[in-house]
Design a protein around this ligand. Structure first.
Ligand SMILES: Cc1cc2nc3c(=O)[nH]c(=O)nc-3n(C[C@H](O)[C@H](O)[C@H](O)COP(=O)(O)OP(=O)(O)OC[C@H]3O[C@@H](n4cnc5c(N)ncnc54)[C@H](O)[C@@H]3O)c2cc1C
Length: 481
């Protein structure tokens, strides 16, 4: 009880303001990662009633897959939408086709993620998250509004009010996260997620927004092109969704390489989304490797990487470090996607991003235990480091020049592909128009024959026989095409 105001005080580790998609997702993720007793307040009485946001990118779907709501999202989406729909320009729903932006929403990500892109509107999705939250004991308080807050070195003291009764309460939280939409005043709390969050997310977010803006101008508002001074060249969607690479003190990255790379070519360079391959796990084949990464750090080991395996086993004794799950992976697909030798190892964070790797195995004379412990302390930001790979290899050193040359060539080919795609679209439209004209001519001719006085009709004429012949011709032509 607060002696000045007489209001009750509740202490929580994290107060989340807003329980729409972002707030609820954060609430369930915190609970999933073992942070108990967090509180989420939402001023509305329930979940969204308007469709609004609708299109889920693969990285979001990977996170929902980890939460266990992926199948339910797909099933809900399938009630209304085609799971492989595309994006097209048409004059109107019944009008002329203009061009294709994306023939199939899952184009380009088949081999880089275990999930699909998904179309599911906000008011269909939020009830799924709400059910999941309630089933897992997440404290969601609807009809509860944040009125004001103050921050000091101990955390945040907030006043929340019931929108039904007007009753106010004080909540003290170590951290408060604002998930209250685009007019949010921001997050608050001492030194929140700051060592690495900005370095990792900001360049990726900036790049993503620049690419979205470029598409908006080109697809929807070409009249603004002259005013938009810094339009980027377009890069393919999969680069933006799964090919971004983090650089921060929580990763043993080299300083090289861009923010966006081709996820089809990804290896296990630190900072990258760990490449997708199917592995055998607990006697089951065809399991996405991402299933291994849940909940803690995972050391992926080549079949002959006993040096790193022993080191990780020894680090188990150190209870100040998080658990390092060890997994030996076999199969050509793994080696070719990860670029490791059989003695190599890669350390993957619980979010599925590679934190460190050693391509070749520890060099003779290396103390693998000390080295791995040092890596852990650095990526946990317990000791400073100059963000450089502890064991640079030929592959790492060669990557930048190779990468930039390939990237430039790939961009060039991508531009050519777009141009060819447009030409093909124009050809398709012309063919479709010609076929329609041909059909019209046929129909007109048949109609004329039908209306002809019987004495003028060609001998042996039968209207249904003519129709049958025309249909047979059409089927043959379509088969040839
Ligand atoms: C009309 C419209 C159409 C849209 N169409 C699309 C679309 O087609 N595709 C697409 O991808 N996106 C679309 N969007 C954008 C999309 O809705 C947002 O990007 C998405 O909702 C952001 O989610 P969020 O959880 O961050 O915030 P929001 O969904 O805005 O949720 C914020 C929550 O915080 C709560 N809140 C605010 N202040 C307080 C407070 N003081 N105390 C307690 N709770 C509070 C609000 O009630 C709300 O529930 C559209 C948005 C609008 C408005």
């Amino acid at each position: 009880m607060d002696t000045l105001t007489g209001m009750s005080i509740q202490h929580v580790p994290v107060l989340i303001v807003g329980s729409s998609m972002v707030g609820m997702t954060l609430s369930v993720l915190l609970a999933k990662h073992g942070l108990e007793g967090c509180m989420t307040v939402e001023k509305h009485a329930s979940t969204a009633i308007h469709p609004r946001a609708a299109y889920f990118h693969p990285r979001s779907m990977e996170i929902y897959c980890e939460l266990g709501v992926y199948d339910e999202m797909l099933a809900e989406s399938a009630r209304l939408y085609d799971s492989n729909a595309g994006i097209y320009d048409l004059e109107s729903l019944a009008g002329k086709y203009i061009q294709t932006w994306l023939g199939n929403i899952n184009e380009g990500i088949e081999n880089v993620s275990p999930v699909t892109r998904t179309f599911l509107t906000q008011h269909m999705f939020e009830p799924i998250l709400r059910r999941y939250s309630e089933k897992n004991g997440v404290d969601l308080q609807f009809s509860t509004e944040l009125v004001s807050f103050q921050q000091d070195s101990s955390g945040v003291t907030a006043i929340v009010r019931s929108t039904e009764t007007g009753e106010k309460r004080i909540v003290h939280a170590k951290y408060m996260v604002a998930c209250d939409g685009n007019r949010s005043p921001g997050k608050a709390g001492p030194d929140l997620v700051e060592k690495t969050y900005h370095d990792e997310r900001y360049p990726v977010g900036k790049k993503t927004v620049a690419q979205v803006f470029e598409r908006y101008i080109r697809r929807t508002a070409p009249e603004l092109k002259a005013a938009a001074t810094q339009l980027e060249d377009e890069v393919p969607e999969p680069y933006i969704e799964l090919g971004y690479r983090y650089h921060s003190a929580a990763l043993m990255t080299d300083e090289l390489g861009g923010v966006l790379e081709n996820p089809q070519r990804a290896t296990c360079r630190p900072g990258s989304h760990a490449p997708h391959v199917l592995i055998s796990l607990n006697g089951e084949d065809g399991v996405p490797i991402a299933n291994l990464f849940r909940g803690t750090y995972t050391l992926l080991l080549g079949s002959d990487a006993s040096g790193w395996e022993d080191a990780a086993r020894e680090l188990d004794m150190d209870k100040t470090l998080p658990e390092i799950r060890r997994h030996r992976v076999h199969g050509d697909a793994f080696y070719s996607r990860y670029g490791l030798s059989q003695r190599g190892a890669a350390l993957v964070r619980p979010d599925g991003f590679v934190a460190w790797c050693d391509w070749q195995g520890p060099a003779p004379g290396t103390n693998a235990v000390t080295l791995l412990a040092d890596v852990m302390l650095k990526i946990l930001c317990r000791v400073p480091h100059a963000s450089s790979n502890t064991s640079p290899s030929e592959l790492t050193v060669n990557t930048p020049s190779l990468s930039s040359a390939l990237f430039a060539r790939e961009k060039q080919l991508f531009a050519q592909k777009l141009e060819l795609q447009k030409q093909m679209d124009r050809i398709d439209t012309e063919i479709a128009d010609l076929r329609r004209m041909d059909e019209l001519q046929n129909e007109t001719a048949l109609l004329a024959l039908r209306l002809m006085p019987a004495e003028e009709k060609p001998p042996g004429y039968s209207y249904s026989e003519c129709l049958r012949k025309k249909e047979a011709e059409r089927v043959t032509l379509a088969a040839v095409a």
